[in-house]
Ligand binder design. Structure first.
Ligand SMILES: NC(=O)c1ccc[n+]([C@@H]2O[C@H](COP(=O)([O-])OP(=O)(O)OC[C@H]3O[C@@H](n4cnc5c(N)ncnc54)[C@H](O)[C@@H]3O)[C@@H](O)[C@H]2O)c1
Length: 248
């Protein structure tokens, strides 16, 4: 059990990568707080896990994130691991045609959420004598594709702030890393592809991934598990591609 006695908060854990991370962490002995704005799906995930609770939280709202951290401490006695996974994208298309409302939502969900997670979460990690923060960024922040410009920029911000957080929080024994998944089979897939999920459109994307497939939640969950385990105790500030070679 690689996460025995660890308490983890995973945002956006009602589906996709976050659900995969919550499941894998529970298998390895962690107690998990499943956080999401989607209460129905989030509750279903938490109910299916051995030692998990659901907390409804919008990661763009300061009061919600404060209440989320408090709920984790009330339920399990602390927070050792915070996975900032909740994310959102505007639909793939010309950069001048993305609405201001969608631009703001991308940055609030993908970037402000990490600020709020730090403002409310770092003190909880400090109370445990340290911990790990994993931010889910993207290959979009390293090797941007046309048509996703504002999303790409938000993930570039996640990568830079991860490295800065790592330097600043090392003194507190808080490690901060990011994962950069390549396009994956989740609810966001059609928005990233810019059209209906057809074999032909999938093939356009898969042809740019040397290992020949999209990412899956288990790929991201296994990488997050490693970063949060004792095996990674000397690793901080890395932004690790989980991308089948897309960024090579
Ligand atoms: N799927 C991909 O191709 C891909 C690739 C690289 C990175 N990512 C990133 O992975 C992360 C997870 O996305 P996914 O692909 O699993 O998508 P998903 O839509 O399956 O899961 C995202 C979850 O986040 C929740 N969420 C959205 N806004 C929220 C908010 N304001 N507060 C709380 N929860 C909120 C949603 O309800 C959903 O359950 C995101 O940060 C995304 O940018 C995805």
């Amino acid at each position: 059990m690689r996460l025995e006695n660890k308490i983890a908060v995973v945002t956006g854990a009602a589906s996709g990568f976050g659900e995969g991370i919550a499941r894998r962490f529970c298998e390895e002995g962690a107690r998990v707080v499943v956080a999401d704005i989607n209460a129905e799906a989030g509750k279903a995930v938490a109910d299916s896990l051995a030692d998990a609770v659901f907390v409804k939280a919008d990661v763009t709202e300061s009061d919600d994130v404060a209440a989320l951290i408090k709920a984790a401490e009330d339920a399990f006695g602390g927070v050792d691991i915070l996975v900032n996974n909740a994310g959102w994208t505007h639909k793939r298309g010309p950069l001048t045609e993305v609405s201001e409302e969608d631009f703001d939502r991308v940055y609030a969900t993908n970037v402000k959420s990490i600020y709020l997670g730090a403002v409310h979460g770092v003190s909880a990690l400090r109370r445990r004598g340290g911990g790990v923060i994993v931010n889910i960024a993207s290959t979009a922040g390293v090797r941007p594709r046309a048509g996703l410009t504002w999303y790409n920029g938000s993930k570039g911000a996640v990568i830079t702030l991860t490295r800065s957080m790592a330097g600043e929080l090392a003194a507190d024994k808080i490690r901060v890393c990011a994962l950069n998944p390549v396009i994956g089979e989740t609810a966001l897939l059609e928005a990233f592809m810019g059209g209906p999920d057809t074999p032909e459109l999938r093939e356009q994307f898969i042809s740019t991934i040397p290992l020949g497939r999209m990412s899956r939640p288990l790929d991201i969950a296994n990488a997050a598990l490693f970063l949060c385990s004792q095996e990674a105790e000397f690793i901080t500030g890395i932004c690790m591609e989980v991308d089948g070679g897309r960024c090579v």
